[in-house]
Design a protein. Structure first.
Length: 400
């Protein structure tokens, strides 16, 4: 930079507005563990139901173990994951609440799951056969949750196959190798929870529960709702809600209600230091393909985050970022693998080493992950879960 006092001195800069999140770092996803804890407490209060915090996919990008610990300290009495390895990592970290794991293929580490008291979803007849066989070999009783398909046509057995599964399950219970801890299903329209399909699913779920009763199966927990159902449709709550996105402070149905209106606080703030700031003339093409061209002489900054880090390439010319002292700007030109550029305007007081915010809770006017999702025509889930491993997670708040 030009030294102060020389003819081309940079303007005196107000460093107090620089937050100093990054220290010597280049980029960070700063995770507010207090927000996760308080979001769970909020979901508990709003629903009056036990909460299973869904921490699959590395805690929706926030960190599996850290997110799980914060959620449990906020009152989550269950944890939910997709895969057995995720559950085993939680157990290895000392989390001892019930954990449900709901996606497997034949031949997975069922023995390890049983050894570590992991509840398994039985979402197809083969799964019951496998769980029963492994539990029999180990001389233990597997804790299972039977999944009924109430309309999503994803996991779970259909209504017509449900009695056959229940019959097999009740025989496995009698043989002592299975306990049916739960019966569950999953909503089609978690992002539009008042959709007519939701009430049809509630009805089918009730019917499935009634059939289970006839087979003598009385589960400890019945669960149907994800965040959208839990927060917007009380009839979906049953004994337990499986909340994911709301735990991380993002709105499940942002068109109905914002995170702030729900009393939730986004837990992830994605920040980066400026690698380069340079003044360019009017008409300069920026980045691959020159998909952005400066309209007038301006300053352009380079940010060391790219699509390899989870900034979608289609954020080109639409992804919003927040520049301290400048305000919101849009990514200018093609997002590259490791970097993107932003036209910050002529004379903008921003230089190498300054910190910018890609998204955060919105306190300072920065975009939220919900804003990113809206701009890109996707959902906030995709924005936060895709932040890649090159971006260090830095924890702040209670338990950091
Ligand atoms: C089976 C199941 N339950 C609950 C959830 C949590 O959903 P949400 O993040 O919408 O709360 C998910 C997430 O995809 C899921 O797959």
């Amino acid at each position: 930079m030009t030294e102060a006092g020389s003819p081309r001195a940079a303007p005196v800069r107000d460093v107090t507005r620089r937050r100093g999140w990054l220290g010597d770092g280049r980029t960070s996803a700063i995770i507010d563990l207090t927000a996760i804890r308080e979001n769970v407490a909020r979901i508990r209060r709003l629903t009056g139901t036990e909460v299973m915090a869904v921490v699959k996919a590395d805690g929706y990008g926030h960190g599996l173990v850290a997110a799980a610990r914060a959620a449990v300290s906020g009152g989550a009495t269950w944890l939910g994951v997709a895969f057995i390895e995720e559950a085993l990592a939680l157990r290895a970290a000392g989390l001892d609440v019930p954990i449900l794991c709901w996606l497997a293929v034949p031949g997975e580490r069922i023995g390890d799951a049983l050894a570590h008291d992991v509840d398994l979803s039985v979402s197809a007849p083969w799964a019951l056969d496998e769980v029963r066989r492994v539990a029999g070999q180990r001389g233990t009783s597997a804790r299972v949750h039977l999944e009924v398909d109430t309309g999503l046509s994803r996991g779970g057995v259909t209504a017509s196959d449900w009695p056959t599964l229940l019959d097999a399950a009740s025989r496995a219970v009698d043989a002592g190798c299975v306990q049916v801890v739960g019966i569950w299903s999953h909503l089609v329209h978690g992002d539009d929870p008042h959709h007519a399909t939701t009430s049809a699913q509630i009805q089918r779920f009730d019917e499935a529960l009634a059939v289970a009763e006839r087979f003598g199966i009385h589960p400890q927990v019945r669960h149907l709702a994800n965040s959208g159902g839990a927060l917007h449709v009380p009839a979906t709550r049953y004994d337990l809600v499986r909340a994911g996105i709301a735990v991380y402070g993002l709105a499940p149905a942002p068109q109905l209600c914002s995170a702030a209106e729900l009393g939730l606080r986004p837990a992830m703030r994605l920040v980066a230091k400026v690698a380069l700031a340079k003044d360019l003339p009017a008409g300069a093409g920026i980045s691959y393909g020159h998909r952005y061209r400066t309209a007038e002489p301006t300053r352009v900054i380079l940010v060391p985050l790219g699509y390899a880090d989870g900034i979608p390439r289609n954020a080109t010319n639409i992804g919003p970022v927040w520049i301290p002292g400048v305000g919101r700007r849009i990514i200018s030109g093609t997002v590259c693998m490791d970097q993107f550029s932003v036209d910050v305007g002529a004379g903008a007081d921003i230089a190498e080493g300054d910190e910018i915010v890609v998204f955060g809770p919105g306190d300072d006017g920065e975009p939220t992950a919900d804003d990113w999702a809206r701009a890109l025509g996707t959902i906030s889930y995709e924005i936060v879960t895709r932040i890649g491993p090159r971006v260090p997670r830095v924890y702040e708040g209670d338990g950091a």
